[in-house]
Design a protein around this ligand. Structure first.
Ligand code: GRF
Length: 209
């Protein structure tokens, strides 16, 4: 088997997706190991969960950096490089990354978003789905590019919107799907299978014929 890639997971909050990645990486044949769970929020509950699950953790509080987002990200980068991180998975990281950071990790950084992109980018996706009256909702894993929630898709999982759903019920259903989708998509991205699938789709896209 090829060498396991050292993945850094960036979080800001609950960290349930980070935990799903740590658990997946517990399997010897998973192509990645979680080298660091890193947060901009020292009080993120996900940090404690990750530590309990045996993953190294660190925090670089964004607040002392004020408006200097690039300086905060340089400090994040230093923590990532110190842990020999080769690939990044954003998992509920709630700050928009600067173009410099995105460029530095281009082709090595993926994100999970709680909607079937390109529907409902941005925040409050479950509320937006309920307001739009869609019958199908879900989550997407995509490559990170400078435009927020705009990168090429790696994979999606759909869940039904059921009568009587409120935001919380729908969020819980989507989150369960996220925990299955993210490990699968991270593995595909790391092993190059996501790129290959995308290239094939581009080749056979009837719209571009
Ligand atoms: C998830 O819904 C994820 O898609 C979004 O933020 C939420 C993070 O949840 N980006 P958790 O911190 O992984 O539990």
């Amino acid at each position: 088997m090829a060498r396991r890639r050292r993945v850094g997971v960036l979080i800001s909050g609950a960290g349930s997706n980070a935990l799903a990645l740590i658990e997946a990486a517990g399997a010897a044949d998973y192509p990645a190991e979680v080298a660091l769970v890193l947060s901009n929020n020292p009080d993120a509950p996900g940090l404690a969960k990750a530590r309990t699950a045996g993953a190294p953790t660190a925090a670089v509080d964004h607040r002392p950096f004020g408006k200097d987002r690039e300086a905060h990200e340089r400090a994040l980068n230093a923590a990532l490089l110190a842990a020999d991180v080769e690939f990044l998975a954003l998992a509920g990281y709630m700050r928009v990354l600067t173009p410099a950071f995105v460029r530095a990790w281009a082709g090595r950084m993926v994100n999970i978003h709680p909607s079937l992109l390109p529907l409902f980018p941005g925040l409050h996706t479950h509320r937006a789905a309920l307001e739009a009256g869609v019958k199908l909702h879900g989550c997407s894993v995509h490559w990170v590019v400078e435009g927020v929630d705009e990168g090429p898709l790696i994979g999606q999982a759909a869940v039904p919107v059921l009568p009587g759903d409120d935001e919380a019920a729908l969020a819980t259903r989507v989150l369960t799907a996220e925990h299955r989708l993210y490990p699968a998509c991270l593995a595909a991205a790391i092993t190059g299978k996501a790129m290959a699938a995308q290239a094939e789709a581009a080749l056979f896209n009837p719209v571009s014929e």
